[in-house]
Design a protein around this ligand. Structure first.
Ligand code: BGC
Length: 439
Protein backbone atom coordinates (compact mmCIF):
# COMPACT_ATOMS: atom_id res chain seq x y z
CA UNK A 1 0.00 0.00 0.00
CA UNK A 2 1.40 3.32 -1.04
CA UNK A 3 0.49 6.13 1.31
CA UNK A 4 -0.70 8.35 -1.46
CA UNK A 5 -3.21 5.67 -2.48
CA UNK A 6 -5.29 6.15 0.65
CA UNK A 7 -8.73 7.48 -0.30
CA UNK A 8 -10.59 10.14 1.65
CA UNK A 9 -14.29 10.61 2.16
CA UNK A 10 -17.08 11.83 4.38
CA UNK A 11 -19.98 9.89 5.89
CA UNK A 12 -23.62 10.52 6.81
CA UNK A 13 -26.78 8.48 7.38
CA UNK A 14 -30.32 8.81 6.02
CA UNK A 15 -32.34 9.63 9.11
CA UNK A 16 -29.73 12.06 10.39
CA UNK A 17 -29.77 14.32 7.32
CA UNK A 18 -32.56 13.61 4.82
CA UNK A 19 -35.74 14.97 6.42
CA UNK A 20 -38.80 14.49 4.14
CA UNK A 21 -39.97 11.92 6.66
CA UNK A 22 -43.35 11.33 5.04
CA UNK A 23 -42.76 12.42 1.46
CA UNK A 24 -43.02 10.50 -1.79
CA UNK A 25 -44.56 7.40 -0.30
CA UNK A 26 -42.09 6.89 2.56
CA UNK A 27 -43.59 4.99 5.49
CA UNK A 28 -42.55 5.65 9.13
CA UNK A 29 -39.39 4.15 10.59
CA UNK A 30 -38.70 3.51 14.26
CA UNK A 31 -36.75 6.78 14.36
CA UNK A 32 -39.82 8.71 13.23
CA UNK A 33 -41.67 6.94 16.03
CA UNK A 34 -38.97 7.59 18.62
CA UNK A 35 -38.57 11.27 17.76
CA UNK A 36 -42.33 11.79 17.65
CA UNK A 37 -42.52 10.52 21.22
CA UNK A 38 -44.38 7.30 20.35
CA UNK A 39 -41.84 4.97 21.94
CA UNK A 40 -40.10 4.69 25.30
CA UNK A 41 -37.11 6.86 24.35
CA UNK A 42 -36.99 10.66 24.48
CA UNK A 43 -34.95 12.84 22.16
CA UNK A 44 -33.44 15.94 23.74
CA UNK A 45 -35.56 19.05 23.24
CA UNK A 46 -38.06 16.86 21.36
CA UNK A 47 -36.02 17.32 18.20
CA UNK A 48 -37.06 15.22 15.22
CA UNK A 49 -35.60 14.25 11.87
CA UNK A 50 -38.74 15.45 10.06
CA UNK A 51 -36.77 18.08 8.17
CA UNK A 52 -33.22 17.47 9.43
CA UNK A 53 -30.72 19.01 6.95
CA UNK A 54 -33.31 18.74 4.19
CA UNK A 55 -30.76 16.74 2.24
CA UNK A 56 -33.65 14.97 0.47
CA UNK A 57 -34.19 18.21 -1.44
CA UNK A 58 -30.78 19.80 -1.15
CA UNK A 59 -28.65 16.83 -2.23
CA UNK A 60 -27.48 18.43 -5.52
CA UNK A 61 -26.08 21.31 -3.50
CA UNK A 62 -24.53 18.95 -0.92
CA UNK A 63 -22.90 16.89 -3.65
CA UNK A 64 -21.37 20.12 -4.98
CA UNK A 65 -20.05 20.80 -1.48
CA UNK A 66 -18.41 17.39 -1.53
CA UNK A 67 -17.02 17.90 -4.99
CA UNK A 68 -15.51 21.17 -3.85
CA UNK A 69 -14.12 19.41 -0.80
CA UNK A 70 -12.37 17.04 -3.18
CA UNK A 71 -13.38 13.80 -1.46
CA UNK A 72 -12.95 10.57 -3.39
CA UNK A 73 -15.79 8.74 -1.63
CA UNK A 74 -19.11 9.40 0.08
CA UNK A 75 -20.66 6.99 2.54
CA UNK A 76 -24.41 7.39 3.06
CA UNK A 77 -27.29 5.13 3.97
CA UNK A 78 -30.58 4.26 2.34
CA UNK A 79 -33.80 4.66 4.25
CA UNK A 80 -35.41 1.20 4.01
CA UNK A 81 -38.80 2.83 4.69
CA UNK A 82 -38.55 4.85 1.49
CA UNK A 83 -38.18 1.67 -0.54
CA UNK A 84 -40.15 -1.13 1.10
CA UNK A 85 -43.52 0.05 2.30
CA UNK A 86 -44.39 -3.38 3.68
CA UNK A 87 -42.83 -6.85 3.93
CA UNK A 88 -41.36 -7.75 0.53
CA UNK A 89 -43.07 -4.80 -1.15
CA UNK A 90 -39.92 -2.97 -2.21
CA UNK A 91 -41.38 -1.03 -5.07
CA UNK A 92 -41.75 2.59 -4.04
CA UNK A 93 -40.51 4.08 -7.29
CA UNK A 94 -40.17 7.62 -5.97
CA UNK A 95 -37.90 6.44 -3.16
CA UNK A 96 -35.79 4.40 -5.56
CA UNK A 97 -35.54 7.29 -8.01
CA UNK A 98 -34.29 9.60 -5.27
CA UNK A 99 -31.29 7.35 -4.59
CA UNK A 100 -30.67 6.83 -8.30
CA UNK A 101 -30.49 10.55 -8.75
CA UNK A 102 -28.19 11.01 -5.74
CA UNK A 103 -25.86 8.32 -7.10
CA UNK A 104 -25.94 9.85 -10.55
CA UNK A 105 -24.93 13.23 -9.09
CA UNK A 106 -22.09 11.59 -7.17
CA UNK A 107 -20.75 9.70 -10.16
CA UNK A 108 -20.90 12.86 -12.23
CA UNK A 109 -18.79 14.53 -9.56
CA UNK A 110 -16.39 11.56 -9.63
CA UNK A 111 -17.21 10.58 -6.07
CA UNK A 112 -17.42 6.86 -5.31
CA UNK A 113 -20.62 6.00 -3.40
CA UNK A 114 -20.36 3.64 -0.42
CA UNK A 115 -23.89 2.65 0.57
CA UNK A 116 -24.96 1.46 4.00
CA UNK A 117 -28.16 -0.57 3.78
CA UNK A 118 -29.04 -0.29 7.45
CA UNK A 119 -28.16 2.65 9.66
CA UNK A 120 -30.67 2.00 12.46
CA UNK A 121 -33.93 3.29 10.87
CA UNK A 122 -35.96 0.08 10.78
CA UNK A 123 -39.37 0.39 9.06
CA UNK A 124 -42.11 0.59 11.66
CA UNK A 125 -44.06 -2.23 9.96
CA UNK A 126 -41.14 -4.57 10.67
CA UNK A 127 -40.72 -3.37 14.24
CA UNK A 128 -44.42 -4.08 14.78
CA UNK A 129 -43.77 -7.78 14.18
CA UNK A 130 -40.68 -7.97 16.40
CA UNK A 131 -38.04 -6.36 14.17
CA UNK A 132 -34.67 -8.12 14.23
CA UNK A 133 -36.02 -10.51 16.84
CA UNK A 134 -38.23 -12.03 14.13
CA UNK A 135 -36.59 -14.47 11.72
CA UNK A 136 -38.64 -13.01 8.87
CA UNK A 137 -36.45 -9.88 9.09
CA UNK A 138 -33.73 -11.86 7.27
CA UNK A 139 -35.95 -12.47 4.24
CA UNK A 140 -37.19 -8.88 4.21
CA UNK A 141 -33.66 -7.50 4.44
CA UNK A 142 -32.66 -9.66 1.48
CA UNK A 143 -35.60 -8.40 -0.62
CA UNK A 144 -34.64 -4.83 0.17
CA UNK A 145 -30.94 -5.38 -0.56
CA UNK A 146 -31.66 -7.13 -3.84
CA UNK A 147 -33.96 -4.31 -4.94
CA UNK A 148 -31.20 -1.79 -4.31
CA UNK A 149 -28.46 -3.89 -5.94
CA UNK A 150 -30.62 -4.00 -9.07
CA UNK A 151 -31.66 -0.35 -8.90
CA UNK A 152 -28.08 0.93 -8.47
CA UNK A 153 -25.96 -1.19 -10.79
CA UNK A 154 -23.12 1.36 -10.83
CA UNK A 155 -22.58 1.33 -7.10
CA UNK A 156 -19.73 -1.01 -6.25
CA UNK A 157 -19.31 -0.67 -2.47
CA UNK A 158 -22.03 -1.77 -0.08
CA UNK A 159 -22.18 -2.03 3.70
CA UNK A 160 -24.80 -4.30 5.23
CA UNK A 161 -25.07 -2.89 8.77
CA UNK A 162 -23.85 0.08 10.69
CA UNK A 163 -22.71 -0.72 14.23
CA UNK A 164 -24.93 -3.65 15.25
CA UNK A 165 -23.44 -3.36 18.76
CA UNK A 166 -25.18 -0.01 19.17
CA UNK A 167 -28.66 -0.67 17.83
CA UNK A 168 -28.79 -4.13 19.40
CA UNK A 169 -27.65 -3.06 22.87
CA UNK A 170 -30.03 -0.09 22.79
CA UNK A 171 -32.90 -2.34 21.70
CA UNK A 172 -33.64 -0.09 18.74
CA UNK A 173 -35.63 -2.39 16.46
CA UNK A 174 -35.99 -5.57 18.51
CA UNK A 175 -36.88 -6.91 21.94
CA UNK A 176 -34.88 -10.10 22.11
CA UNK A 177 -31.11 -9.89 22.40
CA UNK A 178 -30.05 -13.40 21.43
CA UNK A 179 -32.47 -13.66 18.50
CA UNK A 180 -31.61 -10.20 17.20
CA UNK A 181 -27.84 -10.82 17.33
CA UNK A 182 -28.20 -14.07 15.41
CA UNK A 183 -30.71 -12.74 12.88
CA UNK A 184 -28.63 -9.65 12.14
CA UNK A 185 -25.51 -11.75 11.59
CA UNK A 186 -27.39 -14.18 9.35
CA UNK A 187 -29.00 -11.30 7.44
CA UNK A 188 -25.52 -9.84 6.95
CA UNK A 189 -24.21 -13.17 5.62
CA UNK A 190 -27.17 -13.72 3.31
CA UNK A 191 -26.76 -10.27 1.79
CA UNK A 192 -22.98 -10.81 1.47
CA UNK A 193 -23.81 -13.96 -0.52
CA UNK A 194 -26.28 -12.07 -2.68
CA UNK A 195 -23.73 -9.31 -3.28
CA UNK A 196 -21.43 -11.80 -5.02
CA UNK A 197 -24.21 -12.57 -7.49
CA UNK A 198 -24.44 -8.88 -8.34
CA UNK A 199 -20.68 -8.38 -8.45
CA UNK A 200 -20.65 -5.98 -5.54
CA UNK A 201 -17.97 -5.36 -2.95
CA UNK A 202 -19.55 -6.01 0.40
CA UNK A 203 -18.58 -5.10 3.96
CA UNK A 204 -20.00 -4.22 7.38
CA UNK A 205 -19.22 -1.27 9.66
CA UNK A 206 -18.42 -2.15 13.26
CA UNK A 207 -17.68 0.32 16.03
CA UNK A 208 -14.66 -1.54 17.31
CA UNK A 209 -13.13 -0.46 20.59
CA UNK A 210 -9.66 -1.50 21.67
CA UNK A 211 -9.61 -2.36 25.35
CA UNK A 212 -6.79 -2.30 27.89
CA UNK A 213 -6.67 -3.64 31.45
CA UNK A 214 -6.35 -1.01 34.16
CA UNK A 215 -3.45 -2.92 35.65
CA UNK A 216 -1.56 -4.89 33.09
CA UNK A 217 0.08 -7.00 35.78
CA UNK A 218 -3.20 -8.18 37.25
CA UNK A 219 -4.50 -11.38 35.69
CA UNK A 220 -7.99 -10.42 36.87
CA UNK A 221 -7.89 -7.10 35.03
CA UNK A 222 -6.52 -8.85 31.97
CA UNK A 223 -9.40 -11.30 32.07
CA UNK A 224 -11.82 -8.37 32.49
CA UNK A 225 -10.36 -6.78 29.34
CA UNK A 226 -10.64 -10.07 27.52
CA UNK A 227 -14.33 -10.32 28.46
CA UNK A 228 -15.03 -6.79 27.26
CA UNK A 229 -13.26 -7.57 23.98
CA UNK A 230 -15.43 -10.65 23.50
CA UNK A 231 -18.69 -8.90 24.32
CA UNK A 232 -18.09 -5.79 22.31
CA UNK A 233 -15.75 -6.67 19.42
CA UNK A 234 -15.36 -10.41 18.97
CA UNK A 235 -19.07 -11.12 19.23
CA UNK A 236 -19.30 -9.63 15.69
CA UNK A 237 -15.81 -10.24 14.34
CA UNK A 238 -15.60 -13.95 15.17
CA UNK A 239 -18.84 -15.00 13.46
CA UNK A 240 -18.03 -12.88 10.39
CA UNK A 241 -14.41 -14.00 10.02
CA UNK A 242 -14.51 -17.44 11.67
CA UNK A 243 -18.14 -18.56 11.60
CA UNK A 244 -18.54 -18.87 15.36
CA UNK A 245 -19.14 -16.89 18.52
CA UNK A 246 -16.17 -16.40 20.87
CA UNK A 247 -15.79 -19.19 23.42
CA UNK A 248 -17.35 -18.58 26.85
CA UNK A 249 -19.63 -15.88 25.39
CA UNK A 250 -22.70 -17.46 26.96
CA UNK A 251 -20.97 -17.75 30.34
CA UNK A 252 -20.03 -14.08 30.59
CA UNK A 253 -23.37 -12.59 29.59
CA UNK A 254 -27.01 -13.49 29.72
CA UNK A 255 -28.50 -12.86 26.28
CA UNK A 256 -31.89 -14.32 27.17
CA UNK A 257 -31.10 -17.32 24.98
CA UNK A 258 -27.99 -19.16 23.88
CA UNK A 259 -25.75 -17.67 21.19
CA UNK A 260 -24.86 -20.58 18.95
CA UNK A 261 -24.98 -21.28 15.22
CA UNK A 262 -25.73 -24.56 13.51
CA UNK A 263 -23.52 -25.76 10.66
CA UNK A 264 -25.56 -24.11 7.93
CA UNK A 265 -25.73 -20.79 9.76
CA UNK A 266 -21.97 -20.82 10.42
CA UNK A 267 -21.35 -21.02 6.72
CA UNK A 268 -23.73 -18.18 5.94
CA UNK A 269 -22.49 -15.71 8.57
CA UNK A 270 -18.89 -16.23 7.53
CA UNK A 271 -19.51 -15.61 3.82
CA UNK A 272 -16.26 -13.84 2.89
CA UNK A 273 -16.52 -10.06 2.87
CA UNK A 274 -14.48 -7.74 0.66
CA UNK A 275 -13.67 -5.17 3.30
CA UNK A 276 -14.30 -4.35 6.93
CA UNK A 277 -15.52 -0.90 7.94
CA UNK A 278 -14.24 0.32 11.29
CA UNK A 279 -15.99 3.19 13.02
CA UNK A 280 -13.40 4.45 15.44
CA UNK A 281 -14.27 6.89 18.20
CA UNK A 282 -12.51 5.76 21.36
CA UNK A 283 -11.00 2.99 23.39
CA UNK A 284 -11.79 1.64 26.86
CA UNK A 285 -10.00 0.70 30.03
CA UNK A 286 -11.50 -1.88 32.37
CA UNK A 287 -10.78 -3.51 35.71
CA UNK A 288 -12.02 -6.62 37.43
CA UNK A 289 -15.33 -6.40 39.21
CA UNK A 290 -17.02 -9.19 41.12
CA UNK A 291 -20.38 -7.44 40.84
CA UNK A 292 -21.08 -8.35 37.22
CA UNK A 293 -21.38 -11.67 35.45
CA UNK A 294 -18.92 -10.43 32.85
CA UNK A 295 -16.46 -9.38 35.58
CA UNK A 296 -15.54 -5.99 34.21
CA UNK A 297 -16.10 -2.41 35.12
CA UNK A 298 -15.07 0.53 32.98
CA UNK A 299 -12.43 2.87 34.37
CA UNK A 300 -12.17 6.46 33.10
CA UNK A 301 -9.01 7.59 31.35
CA UNK A 302 -7.34 10.02 33.72
CA UNK A 303 -4.00 10.18 31.91
CA UNK A 304 -2.65 13.64 31.29
CA UNK A 305 -3.50 14.91 27.87
CA UNK A 306 -6.58 12.72 27.33
CA UNK A 307 -9.31 15.20 26.46
CA UNK A 308 -13.01 14.56 25.98
CA UNK A 309 -15.16 15.75 23.13
CA UNK A 310 -18.54 17.44 23.53
CA UNK A 311 -20.22 14.03 23.89
CA UNK A 312 -17.88 13.13 26.77
CA UNK A 313 -15.97 10.66 24.57
CA UNK A 314 -12.26 10.35 25.45
CA UNK A 315 -10.09 11.30 22.48
CA UNK A 316 -7.39 8.66 22.07
CA UNK A 317 -6.10 8.51 18.47
CA UNK A 318 -3.68 5.66 19.32
CA UNK A 319 -6.69 3.34 19.60
CA UNK A 320 -7.23 3.65 15.85
CA UNK A 321 -3.78 2.22 15.24
CA UNK A 322 -4.28 -0.43 17.86
CA UNK A 323 -7.59 -1.71 16.43
CA UNK A 324 -6.22 -1.77 12.87
CA UNK A 325 -3.19 -3.75 14.05
CA UNK A 326 -5.46 -6.19 15.85
CA UNK A 327 -7.26 -6.85 12.56
CA UNK A 328 -3.93 -7.58 10.95
CA UNK A 329 -2.73 -9.79 13.81
CA UNK A 330 -5.88 -11.74 14.60
CA UNK A 331 -8.09 -11.67 11.51
CA UNK A 332 -5.75 -12.09 8.54
CA UNK A 333 -5.19 -8.42 7.61
CA UNK A 334 -8.46 -7.81 5.72
CA UNK A 335 -9.01 -4.76 3.55
CA UNK A 336 -10.04 -1.98 5.93
CA UNK A 337 -11.83 1.32 5.65
CA UNK A 338 -12.26 3.69 8.56
CA UNK A 339 -15.94 4.23 7.78
CA UNK A 340 -16.41 6.77 10.61
CA UNK A 341 -14.16 8.89 12.78
CA UNK A 342 -15.06 12.27 14.19
CA UNK A 343 -15.75 14.35 17.26
CA UNK A 344 -18.45 16.61 18.63
CA UNK A 345 -17.34 20.17 19.27
CA UNK A 346 -19.22 23.11 20.70
CA UNK A 347 -18.87 25.25 17.62
CA UNK A 348 -20.00 28.83 17.44
CA UNK A 349 -20.40 30.98 14.39
CA UNK A 350 -18.12 33.99 14.87
CA UNK A 351 -18.74 37.60 13.89
CA UNK A 352 -16.79 36.90 10.71
CA UNK A 353 -19.49 34.32 9.82
CA UNK A 354 -16.94 31.52 10.10
CA UNK A 355 -16.63 28.51 12.37
CA UNK A 356 -13.09 28.23 13.73
CA UNK A 357 -13.12 24.60 14.82
CA UNK A 358 -9.43 24.08 15.43
CA UNK A 359 -10.21 21.16 17.80
CA UNK A 360 -11.68 19.23 14.89
CA UNK A 361 -8.65 19.96 12.70
CA UNK A 362 -6.32 18.64 15.41
CA UNK A 363 -8.56 15.63 15.89
CA UNK A 364 -8.42 14.72 12.19
CA UNK A 365 -4.66 15.30 12.00
CA UNK A 366 -3.99 13.08 14.99
CA UNK A 367 -6.17 10.27 13.67
CA UNK A 368 -4.67 10.49 10.20
CA UNK A 369 -1.23 10.14 11.80
CA UNK A 370 -2.44 6.82 13.17
CA UNK A 371 -3.70 5.76 9.72
CA UNK A 372 -0.22 6.49 8.40
CA UNK A 373 1.40 4.50 11.17
CA UNK A 374 -0.93 1.59 10.42
CA UNK A 375 -0.08 1.67 6.71
CA UNK A 376 3.63 1.93 7.53
CA UNK A 377 3.13 -1.25 9.51
CA UNK A 378 1.54 -3.04 6.56
CA UNK A 379 -2.05 -2.82 7.70
CA UNK A 380 -4.33 -3.15 4.67
CA UNK A 381 -6.02 0.24 5.15
CA UNK A 382 -7.64 1.65 2.01
CA UNK A 383 -9.65 4.67 3.04
CA UNK A 384 -10.77 7.12 5.70
CA UNK A 385 -14.25 8.66 6.00
CA UNK A 386 -14.74 11.59 8.30
CA UNK A 387 -17.94 11.65 10.36
CA UNK A 388 -19.62 13.80 9.28
CA UNK A 389 -20.09 15.93 6.19
CA UNK A 390 -22.40 18.23 8.10
CA UNK A 391 -23.91 18.85 11.52
CA UNK A 392 -26.98 16.64 11.82
CA UNK A 393 -29.53 14.85 14.00
CA UNK A 394 -27.40 13.13 16.63
CA UNK A 395 -29.99 10.50 17.63
CA UNK A 396 -31.21 10.89 21.23
CA UNK A 397 -29.14 14.10 21.57
CA UNK A 398 -31.04 15.87 18.79
CA UNK A 399 -29.23 18.70 17.00
CA UNK A 400 -27.23 19.81 20.05
CA UNK A 401 -24.12 17.80 19.19
CA UNK A 402 -22.14 18.93 16.19
CA UNK A 403 -19.93 16.56 14.21
CA UNK A 404 -19.84 18.27 10.80
CA UNK A 405 -17.17 19.79 8.60
CA UNK A 406 -20.07 21.96 7.46
CA UNK A 407 -22.35 23.80 9.84
CA UNK A 408 -26.07 23.83 9.06
CA UNK A 409 -28.20 26.72 10.24
CA UNK A 410 -31.52 24.91 10.57
CA UNK A 411 -34.00 27.82 10.32
CA UNK A 412 -32.71 28.75 6.86
CA UNK A 413 -30.94 25.49 5.98
CA UNK A 414 -27.90 27.52 4.98
CA UNK A 415 -24.55 25.75 5.08
CA UNK A 416 -21.29 27.28 6.33
CA UNK A 417 -18.04 25.50 5.62
CA UNK A 418 -16.06 25.31 8.86
CA UNK A 419 -12.30 25.78 9.08
CA UNK A 420 -11.99 22.00 9.27
CA UNK A 421 -13.66 21.70 5.84
CA UNK A 422 -11.07 24.08 4.42
CA UNK A 423 -8.24 22.20 6.14
CA UNK A 424 -9.46 18.79 4.90
CA UNK A 425 -9.87 20.19 1.37
CA UNK A 426 -6.28 21.47 1.29
CA UNK A 427 -5.03 18.24 2.77
CA UNK A 428 -6.74 16.12 0.10
CA UNK A 429 -5.91 18.51 -2.74
CA UNK A 430 -2.21 18.54 -1.96
CA UNK A 431 -2.25 14.80 -1.69
CA UNK A 432 -0.43 15.51 1.53
CA UNK A 433 -0.60 12.31 3.43
CA UNK A 434 2.91 12.99 4.52
CA UNK A 435 4.71 13.76 7.74
CA UNK A 436 5.27 17.42 6.98
CA UNK A 437 1.57 18.26 6.85
CA UNK A 438 0.59 16.05 9.73
CA UNK A 439 3.67 16.97 11.78
C1 BGC B 1 -23.02 6.46 14.45
C2 BGC B 1 -23.46 7.81 13.90
C3 BGC B 1 -23.36 8.85 14.99
C4 BGC B 1 -21.91 8.93 15.43
C5 BGC B 1 -21.61 10.02 16.45
C6 BGC B 1 -21.79 6.52 15.29
O1 BGC B 1 -21.87 5.59 16.30
O2 BGC B 1 -22.87 5.54 13.41
O3 BGC B 1 -24.74 7.69 13.38
O4 BGC B 1 -23.84 10.09 14.61
O5 BGC B 1 -21.56 7.70 15.99
O6 BGC B 1 -22.13 9.74 17.69
Amino acid sequence: MVLDDLKFGVATSAYQIEGAWNEDGKVPSIWDEISHGNMKWKVEENHTGDIACDHYHKYPFDVRLMKDLGVHMYRFSISWSRICTQECMCSNIKGIKYYQSLVWNLLEAKIEPFITLYHWDLPKWLDDIGGWGNKKSIEYFKCYAETMFKALPDVKYWITFNEPAVFISNHWGHNNLSKAIKNVLIAHGEVAKLAKKYNKKIGISLNLMPVIPNNDLSKYDRKAADNFDKLHNKIWLDPIFKGEFPDEINEIEDFGGKLKFNKKEKKIVSTPIDFLGINYYSMVKVEYSSNNKNHFRQVPFSELGVKKDDMGVSIIPEGLYSICSKMKREYGNPELYITENGCATSDVIYHDARVHDSERINYIKNHLRMCKLAIDNKVNLKGYFHWSLMDNFEWLYGYGKKFGLVSVFLPTQSRICKDSYIWYRTFIKNNSFREKVLG
